[in-house]
Structures are given as C-alpha cells and as structure tokens.
Design a protein around this ligand. Sequence first.
Ligand code: NAD
Length: 355
Amino acid sequence: MPLIALCAGDGIGPEVAAQAVRVLDLIDAKHKIGFEYVEAPVGGCAYDLYGTPLPAESLEKAKKADAVFLGAVGGPKWEKLDYSVRPERGLLGLRSEMDLYANIRPAKMFAPLVDASTLKREVVEGIDLVVIRELTGDVYFGKPRGVEKYEGGKRGVNTMVYTTPEIERIAHVAFEIARKRRKKVCSVDKANVLECTELWREVVTEIHKEYQDVELSHMYVDNAAMQLIRNPKQFDVMLTGNIFGDILSDEASMLTGSIGMLPSASLNGKKGMYEPIHGSAPDIAGKGIANPIASILSMAMMMEYTFDNGPVAREIENAVAAVLEKGFRTADIYSAGTSKVSTTEMGDLILKELK
Ligand code: NAD
C-alpha cells in the first residue's frame, strides 16, 4: 500500500492540506490505489505538543513513508523561540535528514491567469518551465564558514563546494525530467569566475553524453536571471546549484502570478516531500480564503514523481485548469468579472471536475 506522511503544519497549512487530501481521496477511490496516511506533526504545532519542531517519531514516519506532504510551517506565535526550535528548523531538518537533494519547482502559466502576472501577456503566455535546484550542497553547507576577527575588524566566510557525485546525481535528475518534457536542459553556472562552477559545467557536460536525445546549453547565472524576465519561454528545464537555484526559482515562480498557485517537490530518487512554495500566511490563517491550488498541484507532482502516474497527475492539473477556465478564483487571484470562492469551495469545484 502506498504510504503518505501528512505534515499539515501551521497557519493556513492545515486549511490547504485538507483540500489536497480530499483530492487525493477522490483519486484513490476512482483509481482504486489504496493510499494509506499517517499524521506526522512538524513545525510550530509539533513544538506545542512535544517541545521540538521535528519530533523523532514524525521523522521516522516521514522516512518510512513513500511520500511526505507538508502544508506550511511557522508563524508569529513561535517567532521569539530560540533559532534551534523554530518551526522552520523542523522543515529544514526533514529535508536534510531525508537527504532530499533535488528540488523541483515548475512554473507553468494557466491561460486564464495570464493577466495576473506583472509581466506582459506576450512574454508570459504559455510559460512551462521547471527549475531543478540542488538542495543539499553549495555555500549553504560548505566549510569553512562563519564570522571571525580579522585585521582589527571581522570577516565573514562561506565556502562554495560541490563534489563530482553531488553534481552527477542532480544532473541525472534534470536530464531524466527533460526526457519527459521538451528535451532541453539549460545548466546555470558562473564558470567564468568560480572554479566550483567550472567543475559543475564539466561534470554536467560529461553526464550529458548519456542523454544525447536531450539538448544541453550552459548559461551564466547573471544572464539567466535576465533571460528569465526577457524571454522565459526559451526555457524547458533549468539546472542549478543551491544558491543560484534559490534565487532563480523565486524569480521563475513570480512569472506566473500568485504564490498560492505554485507546487514543489524535493526528491531523493522516488522518495519525496511535496509542498506548496508558500508559507503559513498568518495574515489570512483561519479566514477560509487561502488558495489551496498550490497544495493540490503538489499532490499532482507526488503522483508523477513518486508514484510514476503521469496520467493521474494530468487529471488533477486539468481539473484545476477547468475550474480556472470557468472563472472561479480565490481572493489572491481574483479579478473583476470572475467569481470569488473560499478555500473549501475551490476544493469542492476541483473535486466536481475530477468526478
Ligand atoms: P507566506 O508565503 O506565508 O505569505 C506571503 C503572502 O502571500 C501573504 O500575504 C499571504 O497571505 C500570501 N499567501 C501565501 N500563501 C497563500 C495562499 N495559499 N493563498 C493566498 N495567499 C497566500 O510568507 P511569509 O508571510 O513571509 O511567512 C509567514 C510564515 O511562514 C513565516 O513564519 C515563515 O517563516 C513561514 N514560511 C514557511 C514556509 C514553508 O513552510 N515552506 C515557506 C515560507 C515561509
């Protein structure tokens, strides 16, 4: 039986997670898959119950499961806590303990929302790209690091490090995903000035020899940031290290409009954690107005990447597209002439399409 660990989290986390689970329940009944769920509290809610944002029991459940779904964690209630027990530490702990090295963030434009973007219609219409970001290496983890006394003042140090195996495994992920898409990978680096990314380029080029059906290009990160705004439709799969991907994936996500629309996956092989890219949105928590679509699309990614079920993933995406096409919107994507619906109503509408 496929086992899913559920970490609904804090703020709007449980509200959007509830709708995503309803969708998965319907998929389960329709296709007779037999999902089993296990609750694994992570974040502020876990701190309140157990005094830690990542209880050992939750971690164990997450590790045992085939896939993890996480709503969102954090909020003002826990902001004064020591850094080591903040809700966000629970999420980071989960990612590193599960060695989720491949972060996948699609940025796809749903046609009815084309005017919600801050960019011109002709630039964003039809965007369908995915950023594959390495998640467990780079300057965020490299040593030495820290702030030290230096020549009468101080100096701050972080170290950009990548090993060949780390680059190889993320390159394989990017090429495999490209094979199922438009077969184009653009690898992002700064090989003209950073030796670490010179190695990145060398290794990606080497791995590409195994994927001759996929087109590979290389781009310096500063140019990539510019090209994403100038002509985002040129990209299919963007492959990046941790820090470049951190920045570029946020840039890419905003091309398509609201943060409430965007799903993500963090993978290690078939195992993965799926989550909307937004946070716990304390400003709207409890009001029943959060957009559940990012969470529902995260379940679609789970079907695709962990359960190898592309057709069901498309079914979910098409149901979302159909509801948007009919003019239904949560408050964050509402515009004049459309019908405003609540979190649960959006869930109801998507379920109706799926039926
Ligand atoms: P946020 O993403 O929670 O909210 C930013 C803005 O977007 C808010 O105005 C919010 O109302 C809106 N928004 C977010 N998701 C929405 C949705 N589904 N529907 C409609 N509107 C939505 O970011 P923030 O305000 O910077 O952070 C709030 C808390 O969330 C903080 O504690 C932060 O640390 C945490 N956080 C958690 C995650 C995570 O769990 N993965 C990610 C980012 C931030």
